[in-house]
Design a protein around this ligand. Structure first.
Ligand code: ZN
Length: 335
C-alpha cells in the first residue's frame, strides 16, 4: 500500500489510481488529493484539508496517519472522505507558500493574480471539491481546513468561521452539530468572519453549502518533530467524525465566541503597530487604547474591550495588518 504523504512530497503517482480493501474503495485524484468511500452506506461527505500553508506540518502528519490507518484497514470508514494536502510544492520547500498565499485565492480570486502554480492549484482544488460534493446526494457536507500558527495564543486551539450571508440561503448561520463537534474536539474559541474572503473554508461554505471551519491547532515544528500529543483531542475528534464512533470526552469549559469588529488595514509603509508585534493572539485591549498609526490615520479600540488576532505590520500596503474582535453570545452563531 502506498504512503500518501511520501507520495505527495515526491511528486510521484501511485501505480494504481484506485483500489479497495474490505471496508472502502479509494481513488487518487491528483497530487495530494485522495478520495475514500465506504463500500456500504454512509451519511456524510467530509473534506479534510491540511498543508494549504506548506510549513504547517502537524495537521499534515495527523491526516497522513489517518489515511494510512484507513488504507490498511485499521479503521472502518463511515463517511465519504476527501483528504487534501493543499500546497505540495510549498510543503516540499517547508514554506508557507511559494508565490502567492493559496488561502487568498479561492472563490475564483485566483483569476485576479498572475498565473502561477498556486493559482492553478486553487482552481484545481475548487473543481475537485465541487465534484466530490456533487457526486453524492446526502445532505450533510462538512469541511475542516487544518492549520497551525507561529504566534502564541491565549486560546491554544481556535476556529475561524466563514462569513455567511444569511439572506442568501435563509438557513441557520452555523450548524449546532458542527459546533458541538468542535467544542468536544478541544476547540476553545470561535471567530466569526464578517466579510467574504479568499479562504478555502469560505469557498466550501459559500459555493458548496458545506458546514466549514478553518482550524488553528497550535504551533507547528518541522516534519517529524511535532509533539502530536498536543493535537490528541482534535485527532480523536477527526477519528470520531469519520468512523462514527464517538470517543470524545465531555468538554468542561464553554466555547468562547468572537466576531470581527474592525480591521487594522495597512495603507502605507508608515503603518506602525502601537504594541509589540510579539503579543499573543487574543490579547485584550480597552476602550480608547491606540492600536496602530498609519500617517494621519490612527486605529483605536472602539468597544469597551477588543481582542487582537494575527497582528502583522510587515504585510504589503493594501492588506490587513490585524483583526480586532469582540466577544458575542454563543447564540449569535445561530442567527
Ligand atoms: Zn495556515
Amino acid at each position: 500500500m502506498f504512503d500518501f504523504l511520501q507520495m505527495t512530497l515526491s511528486g510521484r503517482e501511485p501505480q494504481e489510481h484506485s483500489g479497495s480493501n474490505f471496508n472502502l474503495r479509494w481513488r487518487w485524484l491528483a497530487q495530494g488529493v485522495l478520495e475514500l468511500e465506504p463500500l456500504h452506506g454512509y451519511w456524510k461527505s467530509v473534506v479534510l484539508s491540511a498543508g494549504i500553508h506548506g510549513n504547517e506540518t502537524a495537521p499534515i502528519e495527523l491526516l497522513a496517519a489517518l489515511v494510512s490507518d484507513l488504507l490498511h484497514g485499521k479503521r472502518r470508514l463511515q463517511v465519504r472522505l476527501l483528504v487534501i494536502f493543499g500546497n505540495p510544492a510549498a510543503m516540499v520547500n517547508g514554506e508557507r507558500y511559494n508565490q502567492i498565499d493559496l488561502n487568498r485565492l479561492f472563490s475564483g480570486r485566483y483569476a485576479q493574480f498572475p498565473a502561477c502554480a498556486e493559482t492553478a492549484r486553487a482552481e484545481q482544488l475548487e473543481q475537485l471539491v465541487r465534484d466530490f460534493y456533487d457526486q453524492s446526494n446526502e445532505s450533510e457536507r462538512l469541511h475542516f481546513d487544518l492549520h497551525t500558527a507561529i504566534r502564541e495564543s491565549h486560546h491554544q486551539r481556535f476556529g475561524l468561521l466563514p462569513y455567511i450571508d444569511n439572506g442568501v440561503y435563509g438557513r441557520p448561520l452555523y450548524s449546532r452539530r458542527m459546533l458541538d463537534w468542535l467544542h468536544h474536539s478541544g476547540i476553545e474559541a470561535l471567530v466569526i468572519n464578517q466579510a467574504p474572503s479568499g479562504t478555502f473554508s469560505y469557498f466550501t461554505s459559500q459555493h458548496c453549502q458545506a458546514d466549514s471551519c478553518t482550524l488553528e491547532l497550535g504551533k507547528a515544528q518541522p516534519f517529524g518533530q511535532n509533539d502530536l500529543n498536543q493535537f490528541a483531542l482534535i485527532n480523536q475528534g477527526l477519528i470520531s467524525l469519520i468512523t462514527g464512533i464517538n470517543m470524545l470526552p465531555h468538554a468542561a469549559e464553554p466555547i468562547k465566541v468572537y466576531r470581527v469588529t474592525q480591521e487594522l488595514k495597512k495603507i502605507s509603509e508608515q503603518f506602525q503597530l502601537n504594541f509589540p508585534e510579539s503579543v499573543k493572539n487574543f490579547t485584550r485591549f480597552s476602550a480608547g487604547d491606540l492600536l496602530a498609526r498609519d500617517g494621519e490615520i490612527s486605529y483605536q479600540v472602539q468597544q469597551s474591550e477588543e481582542w487582537v488576532l494575527f497582528p502583522n505590520a510587515s504585510v504589503r500596503p493594501g492588506l490587513r495588518a490585524g483583526l480586532m474582535l469582540v466577544q458575542v453570545p454563543t447564540d449569535s452563531l445561530f442567527g
